[in-house]
Design a protein. Structure first.
Length: 148
């Protein structure tokens, strides 16, 4: 496999929590919902808290998880077998950027791509998650996942 030479690495910021803030109160509230989805649900696996952050109808555009809050919880708990661990005081997930506009919040993560045979890092790219926030909860989700 050929390495990529014409790109800069995607890097995480030092203090990702700072990206989940805004001087606009609506954007701040929306970013805070997403902050807790990333930290409490995705990072710490506390899917019993999903009703605080995800709407019941939660429209899912990831091809591996069903729509509906119950569908996404089932995906992480039963399919991926995620086990809850203590919710960290500070986020450990590497974050490159957070963008909020209207009811949408996008989180961009550095994604290292390794050679499958050697495990050697070939390059970095960006993974993203975008959520639509409705009435204080994520109501729709997009990411760059391919079907497993």
């Amino acid at each position: 496999m050929q390495s990529s030479y014409a790109q800069e690495p995607v890097l995480a910021v030092d203090r990702p929590e700072a990206l989940f803030s805004s001087s606009d109160p609506v954007l701040h509230a929306n970013k805070q919902v997403v902050y807790h989805i990333v930290k409490d649900l995705l990072e710490a696996g506390h899917w019993e808290l999903a009703d605080k952050y995800l709407s019941q109808r939660y429209i899912q555009h990831n091809p591996n998880a069903a729509s509906g809050r119950d569908g996404v919880v089932r995906y992480f708990v039963e399919v991926r077998k995620v086990k809850a661990k203590p919710i960290p005081e500070k986020m450990a997930t590497p974050i490159a950027a957070v963008i909020a506009e209207g009811d949408l919040v996008t989180v961009m993560y550095p994604l290292p791509v390794k050679d499958k045979a050697t495990g050697q890092l070939l390059y970095t790219t960006t993974w993203f998650d975008t959520w639509r926030i409705v009435d204080g909860k994520a109501d729709e989700h997009w990411d760059s996942a391919l079907k497993n």
